[in-house]
Ligand binder design. Structure first.
Ligand SMILES: NC(=O)c1ccc[n+]([C@@H]2O[C@H](COP(=O)([O-])OP(=O)(O)OC[C@H]3O[C@@H](n4cnc5c(N)ncnc54)[C@H](OP(=O)(O)O)[C@@H]3O)[C@@H](O)[C@H]2O)c1
Length: 301
């Protein structure tokens, strides 16, 4: 049995933590608004589960594993809190969406059992139910001793997890796919089905993909831009009613992950002298939308 802390228990963390808890592990959830709103029973894709205990403050304990599942803009704060509470886990695992420089993880990047996980499922949480849209890739973990341990742990709890030899290329591809669907769902206020039905957006899809591919293809193994475009249509067809996480974050006045998506492509373009005007424009439009929603929320208070 492992003692596990889920730091930042929202959609993903609550799901993983609940599955691990119900498989017999000693799991604690630490979160904020989303976690507070949850009842003690949670239905995951129609099956009832008991929620692990919620912590109101971080307790020093000998955790075997800390699973950090905040959104990316929340990670530096999470790292500060974990240090401040002097939690010294045997293994620390971060859920990473897309490509991120290791230095983003501060000291933990040098932890002997530091690991990052890439998630390819879709999670949507309401106070009584969690809907998980599973994809073939499930959860991907690097091929290392710690990666194998995490994979075994997850698989023993019925969580689909796979080891991969080239996790960085998988992440690079996901970065490009997300840089199309995530911001456009928010900017156009459209579901995935509505986005792909709008033929006027197809040219913009292509431009965003082309720029992402141009900044990444020399360092990662990537399919061609045409294949990436096809994959976008396939993904959107699998989750037709879904609004992207960027849409959900922006509408709830939470910081979006735009700086780690299109903003990151722009940054890489600047470093390598490759123009990325479409990704720059998308990043700026999302920032303006975030400001507008924040202003509207303040005015209605
Ligand atoms: N959801 C998906 O379908 C999906 C798919 C692939 C990858 N991912 C990745 O998985 C990660 C988690 O996503 P998610 O959808 O689970 O996000 P989420 O639902 O927003 O959950 C993150 C939770 O962390 C909490 N939090 C943030 N900072 C905290 C702090 N300092 N102390 C305590 N709690 C804190 C947030 O609190 P509040 O409730 O107050 O905001 C939120 O509930 C992200 O990197 C995301 O990109 C998600």
């Amino acid at each position: 049995m492992f003692k596990i802390l889920v730091f930042g228990a929202g959609s993903v963390g609550t799901c993983l933590g609940t599955q691990l808890y119900n498989a017999g592990h000693d799991v604690f959830l630490y979160g904020r608004q989303k976690l507070k709103a949850l009842a003690s029973q949670l239905s995951i894709n129609g099956t009832a589960y008991t929620l692990p205990p919620k912590l109101t403050e971080l307790e020093t304990a000998p955790y075997n594993l800390i699973l950090v599942t905040t959104k990316l803009p929340g990670i530096s704060q999470a790292i500060k809190q974990i240090h401040h509470a002097q939690l010294n886990p045997q293994v620390i695992a971060f859920v990473q969406n897309g490509l991120i420089e290791q230095r983003f993880y501060g000291d933990f990047a040098y932890h002997p059992r530091f690991i990052t996980l890439s998630l390819f499922n879709g999670y949507h949480l309401t106070p009584h139910q969690l809907h998980v849209q599973e994809s073939q890739l499930g959860i991907q973990v690097e091929n290392s001793a710690t990666g194998h341990k995490i994979c075994e742990l997850f698989q023993s709890a019925g969580i689909c997890c796979q080891i991969t030899d080239d996790i960085e290329s998988i992440r690079a591809k996901k970065l490009i796919l997300n840089s199309v669907l995530n911001p456009l769902s928010a900017l156009e206020q459209k579901t995935m089905a509505e986005l792909i039905q709008d033929s006027s957006l197809r040219a913009l899809f292509k431009q965003i993909i082309q720029e992402g591919w141009s900044v990444l293809h020399s360092d990662y193994f990537l399919p061609s831009p045409d294949v990436l475009l096809d994959e976008i249509y396939q993904i959107a067809r699998q989750v037709p009613e879904h609004y992207s996480s960027t849409y959900q974050d922006v509408m709830s006045d939470r910081p979006s992950e735009i700086d780690f998506l299109n903003g990151y492509i722009v940054k890489l373009g600047e470093q390598n002298g490759i123009p990325t005007p479409y990704n720059r424009e998308i990043t700026q439009r999302i920032r303006r939308l975030e400001e507008k929603i924040a202003e509207e929320k303040t005015t209605t208070l």
